[in-house]
Design a protein around this ligand. Structure first.
Ligand code: NAP
Length: 449
């Protein structure tokens, strides 16, 4: 058993960690102490003589050595910024985040000899670093505990109670669809196993459970990913809270409802107007959007020229955002020119009807409608619309080679299948949900792409 305490300096990781270790008769280690012992210098001296980068490198080395440790570990406040650290700490471990507000932290650490990390006044440094680090802490945590105004003993009580996990089996309320055998599988999970899932309707076709469960096994995480298929997002949220879900991937038709349900929304999701990722930390929900990354990454390196997005729904909004971020001049075309105009107006770009495609001659085309999906032989573009100089990215990912991509390839265009969007949005989403960075090659391998 490995229990890892993370959180800002002064949140009680060492004090509470020692109490929990004593109660569970486990050894206790503090990564700051291990770094000092390894190099024979105090942390202020390491910072003064070698700088923060050297300290982070020593810390990374110490943490890599703890992947298979059996006991309780208290970590330095900045460890979670490096996904390699989170990967090592999560292997076979339960990660406990201790949280406190900036005022409480300042009161606890104002006389500490630890070096400043910025040129800011101490109170301002705490506020600004907390703002940057919070998403990293919450992504890396299995259990989040608020410490303000509580004694270390009381915090340790909550931690030990929460380590035991859920009460009773996982049972989804009536109205939820599960694939055959999934209810039985959920009923066999250990109460302490962390739960994640795909929220949507329909959602049973999703490849996310296959991907996530394989990645959890690969990274030694005691976690499982299932289906939350229900037409009412409120019902999904209630079930998720009751079951202590740690993260949800969100798909149609719930991406806007997910955004509205969050306590905190990342900037990209706010601008796109949709969230495909929810991370739960205690009662707090953070929403983010990784779909746009799924469009952006495969297009990185293109010359920023004219781009057309076909469609005006949720995926199209992410595509517009990604293309603008790449410096493209974007036009949205849809069968309903009014909807295209409304989407384009949000981002200050051009719009029109599908028939306008011919006059635009774009360098990049992103197709974001369901046309051509699963046996649908149609394509919104004819061979004569396409030119070999174009890059055509079809977001539809079943089948991998859509009618549009087949036509584009025959015309000599560069083609990008929708599976690439799925792969890159998943890499980013896994990072948001777990704090672990997975590369695209690993995701492709798991998906058999
Ligand atoms: P959405 O919000 O429902 O939007 C669909 C858009 O397609 C709307 O603009 C809709 O127009 C248009 N449309 C539907 N049928 C059409 C047709 N026959 N002709 C022309 N336009 C049509 O859906 P979405 O979430 O944006 O998803 C769009 C596509 O992206 C889906 O096929 C999905 O598979 C794909 N996608 C892929 C990934 C990935 O990881 N690769 C991720 C997300 C989505 P109206 O408003 O007029 O109906």
């Amino acid at each position: 058993m490995k229990i890892v305490f993370i959180g800002y300096r002064g949140t009680g990781k060492t004090t509470v960690g020692r109490i929990v270790a004593r109660r569970l008769s486990l050894p206790f280690l503090d990564t700051d102490v291990l770094v000092e012992e390894m190099i024979g210098m105090s942390i202020p001296t390491i910072f003064a003589t070698a700088g923060e980068a050297a300290f982070r490198s020593l810390e990374r080395e110490v943490i890599a050595g703890l992947a298979d440790f059996n006991g309780v570990v208290a970590t330095g406040g900045g460890v979670v910024l490096d996904p390699a650290n989170v990967q090592a700490l999560r292997r076979g471990g339960t990660v406990v985040l201790l949280e406190a507000g900036p005022g409480e932290i300042l009161a606890r650490i104002k006389d500490s000899d630890r070096p400043a990390l910025t040129g800011l006044q101490q109170a301002e440094e705490i506020r600004s670093l907390l703002k940057v680090r919070r998403p990293f802490y919450r992504a890396a945590a299995d259990i989040c505990v608020l410490t303000a105004g509580r004694s270390p003993e009381a915090i340790a009580d909550e931690v030990t109670a929460r380590l035991a996990g859920r009460h009773g089996n996982i049972v989804l309320p009536a109205g939820f669809s599960l694939p055959p055998g999934e209810a039985e599988r959920l009923a066999t999970l250990d109460p302490a196993t962390g739960l994640y899932g795909i929220a949507g309707h329909p959602a049973l076709h999703s490849r996310s459970p296959l991907l996530y469960n394989a990645l959890f096994a690969r990274y030694g995480m005691d976690a499982s990913y299932t289906f939350f298929d229900h037409p009412d997002f409120g019902a999904i949220l209630d079930a998720a809270r009751t079951l202590g879900v740690r993260g949800l991937s969100v798909t149609i038709p719930h991406k806007e409802a997910a955004l509205a349900a969050a306590d905190e929304v990342e900037e990209h999701a706010k601008t796109i107007g949709a969230a495909n990722t929810l991370v739960f930390c205690g009662d707090h929900i953070r929403a983010s959007n990784t779909d746009w990354i799924g469009v952006r990454r495969p297009l990185e390196g293109i010359s920023a020229g004219r781009a057309v997005v076909l469609g005006a729904g949720g995926a199209a909004a992410g595509a517009v955002y990604a293309l603008l971020d790449l410096g493209c001049e974007v036009t949205v075309l849809a069968r309903d020119a009014g909807k295209a105009k409304a989407l384009a107006a949000r981002f200050g770009c051009g719009s029109g009807a599908l028939r306008d495609f011919g006059r635009l001659r774009p360098e990049v085309v992103v197709h974001a409608t369901p046309v051509g999906m699963a046996g649908d032989p149609r394509s919104l573009l004819a061979p004569e619309d396409l030119d070999p100089s174009m890059t055509v990215f079809d977001l539809v990912y079943t089948p991998k080679e859509t009618p549009l991509l087949r036509t584009a390839a025959a015309r000599g265009c560069r083609t990008i299948p929708g599976t690439e969007m799925f792969v890159y949005q998943a890499c980013e989403q896994f990072l948001h949900m777990t704090g672990i960075r997975v590369d695209a090659a690993t995701v492709r391998e798991v998906l058999g792409e």
